[in-house]
Design a protein around this ligand. Structure first.
Ligand SMILES: Nc1ncnc2c1ncn2[C@@H]1O[C@H](COP(=O)(O)OP(=O)(O)O)[C@@H](O)[C@H]1O
Ligand SMILES: [Mg+2]
Length: 511
């Protein structure tokens, strides 16, 4: 026990020589007390009857032993140990002591100390100026420090982000091969087709192109967002912007467009996909060729077509679909692709009056080797009005890839009906109508469609007068053979293409 006290005193002396700002307890001394001698209680002075004499201060303090037990001790502090030396202004506490009381009259340190819950309580709640400054300035200083660090981290992040953006957009080391200033999109795509990758521009070129497009005006709205006309190097491009919620659809459509060897004059020409994070949200872009006539639906609403115009539209649509459906074997081959949402709003009309099949977001690909479909197909996707009977009544065999192609053919037949109605032969043509306009309401339910198409086995009307014109007669026949209830009995896209090619020769159509 004596040993412990001796050690403690040595410890206190060493500690007292260190001035710790937060351990200082200020005691203002009255002038009369300075320089006088006092007797103090001394827990370490067994030999002198627990009394010591000091020219400085009497001190009482508490400390913990074993981390828990409270011990009190009392000692004399000589004048020379007061701070500043010889001029007792401060009585020092030391690290490890929980409460320190200094005083300057005889046995004034006999008081019973309580373990404080804080330094302030040790002083009976009265705050000295140094403590006040420390208590107020400390947290304020800490807060400012955190704030400054936050601002610095944010600035650093922003600088890095901007730097990255600049690198991605401008880094000439990556892009110069492809993006020499005088190159147009046509040149780029030509380079691409001769370089032979067959699946699209390299990703960094796609990104660079996408990020230098200037958007002009909205040209369409669909399932997933907006379609804009944009400008790039003096030419027009179409930009389909997906909302960030539709990331999967964006990714899927970009993936399908980049299927090896998909490029075809009657399939919308894909240019770039880009996901641009502007710090707050992600913009998902799909850039493609722009076609000023817009969709076949818009086109037929505006214009009637000549027989030649009808054949061009129908033949080019069949060519696009035949290419999409076709499976090309070999390393540079392409898988068969079914569209699953073929309709006049998803086919675009090019300047030369031919079609380009667009909106491949719901397409599925056939994995030849495993004879499987590349995504788990859900039962009924697409537009209800154009759904084949086996899709409406859910009898479609989804394990069999050809089933999806047959469903596309049914929809193509409906598109042909929309085109043929607008064919101006001998001065007669009909107004534009959607298929089943006379049998179901707008935005029909699956049930309404199923009743008409499956139960009543109704199909759009093929007028008798079409028989008087060879082209319309052929079109009518093709439509009927696209609409069989039995999917397997329908024509193939390739068969339709051949039939219409012959017709175009007969009718002297220049494509
Ligand atoms: N490349 C393009 N050129 C001109 N118009 C386009 C182009 N792509 C889309 N559009 C217009 O935007 C509409 C919606 O485009 P689409 O790709 O079908 O989007 P969604 O998947 O949202 O249906 C089309 O019906 C068409 O009117
Ligand atoms: Mg669409």
């Amino acid at each position: 026990m004596t040993n412990l006290k001796g050690n403690l005193l040595t410890f206190i002396k060493v500690k007292m020589s260190i001035i710790l700002a937060f351990d200082i307890i200020v005691v203002a001394l009255s002038g009369s007390e300075r320089g006088s001698w006092a007797d103090c209680n001394c827990t370490a002075c067994e030999s002198s009857g627990y009394v010591c004499e000091t020219d400085g201060a009497c001190m009482a303090s508490t400390y913990h032993t074993n981390g828990q037990e409270e011990q009190q001790f009392r000692i004399c502090i000589p004048r020379v140990s007061l701070v500043p030396p010889g001029q007792p202004i401060y009585c020092l506490s030391a690290e490890g002591l929980l409460n320190t009381h200094c005083c300057y009259t005889d046995f004034c340190n006999s008081i019973n100390l309580q373990i404080p819950s804080g330094i302030a309580e040790g002083k009976g709640g009265s705050w000295g100026p140094v403590e006040l400054v420390a208590v107020i300035a400390g947290p304020v200083f800490l807060f400012c420090l955190l704030l400054i660090m936050g601002v610095l981290v944010f600035q650093h992040h922003q600088r890095n982000y901007n730097h990255r953006q600049r690198l991605e957009v401008e880094d000439p080391s990556c892009d110069h091969l492809y993006l020499a200033k005088d190159k147009t999109l046509q040149d780029l795509i030509f380079d691409l087709s001769t370089s032979g990758s067959g699946s699209g521009l390299p990703l960094f070129v796609q990104r660079t192109v996408a990020r230098t497009i200037v958007l002009q005006e909205i040209i369409g709205k669909g399932r997933f967002g907006e379609v804009w006309r944009g400008r790039w190097r003096g030419g027009d491009v179409a930009v389909k912007i997906f909302s960030s919620r539709e990331e999967r659809s964006w990714f899927r459509e970009a993936e399908i467009y980049q299927t090896i060897m998909l490029r075809h004059e009657n399939i919308l020409g894909f240019i770039a996909a880009d996901n641009k994070d502007n710090g707050t949200w992600t913009q998902l872009w799909l850039v493609s060729d722009y076609h000023e006539h817009g969709s076949l639906f818009d086109y037929l609403n505006h214009y009637s077509v000549t027989i030649e115009g009808m054949i061009k539209l129908a033949l080019s649509a069949a060519s696009g679909l035949a290419h999409l459906h076709m499976e090309i074997l070999g390393t540079q081959g392409k898988p068969g692709i079914a569209h699953r949402d073929l309709k006049s709003k998803n086919i675009l009309v090019k300047k030369n009056g031919t079609c380009a099949i667009a909106d491949l977001g719901l397409a599925v690909r056939h994995e030849t080797i495993t004879d499987t479909i590349d995504i788990a197909p859900n039962q009924r996707v697409g537009t209800k009005r154009y759904m084949a009977p086996e899709v409406l009544d859910e009898t479609i065999n989804m394990k069999h890839f050809d089933s999806f192609k047959c469903a596309d053919i049914y929809a193509l037949g409906l598109v042909y009906w929309e085109i043929a109605r607008r064919c101006n032969a001998g001065g007669i043509h009909e107004d534009y109508q959607l298929p089943f306009y006379d049998l179901v309401p707008s935005d029909p339910s699956i049930e309404e469609m199923r009743k008409v198409v499956c139960d009543q086995r109704l199909r759009p009307n093929v007028p008798n007068w079409w028989q008087s014109y060879e082209a319309l007669r052929v079109m009518g026949k093709i439509m009927r053979e696209c609409w069989y209830a039995n999917g397997a009995a329908r024509l193939t896209a390739l068969r339709i293409k051949k039939t219409l090619s012959q017709l175009s020769v007969q009718e002297d159509v220049k494509i």
